[in-house]
Design a protein around this ligand. Sequence first.
Ligand SMILES: [Zn+2]
Length: 167
Amino acid sequence: MPPFCCAGAVTTYPSDNRSKIVSIRIPESLRTQIDAADGRSCCYCLTSEAVSGIPLTYDHIAPASRGGLTTFDNVCLACRACNEFKTNTVRAIDPLTQESVPLFHPRQQHWRDHFAWSLDGTKVEGTTAVGRATVVALRMNHALIVAARRRWCAVGWHPPLIELKRR
Ligand SMILES: [Zn+2]
């Protein structure tokens, strides 16, 4: 997978043809609005920039390569892992029903309506078809992030309360 960086004013992601990288400039005023709304946390897995120490990216919820607009309603903060695994995906398979469903939409849906934390706080669990499909598609419980969450839980930095403040 080619490295790509969405920090700052430019977001990039692989297009359908993964050899081609598309860059979209995010206006500063829009970045400011998104940063304030999203609390400097990933809208999918809720990883906090301050906790991870890794700059977040700006994700086009409906990918620009599929006609998604660069507007507040269609751009949100995402951690690099969620953004990289999401690429230009808009639908995924619910592992429980095998049904193809849309991915979670952070601007139109509430995190708590589709996800919950595992009892030990280390894993995101989908509670709906959309949530389950999004967890799998974005690999929200890959081994490295689960190990990191375990450490964050040990010192009280996780699970975040951001979804309670945001929604
Ligand atoms: Zn994330």
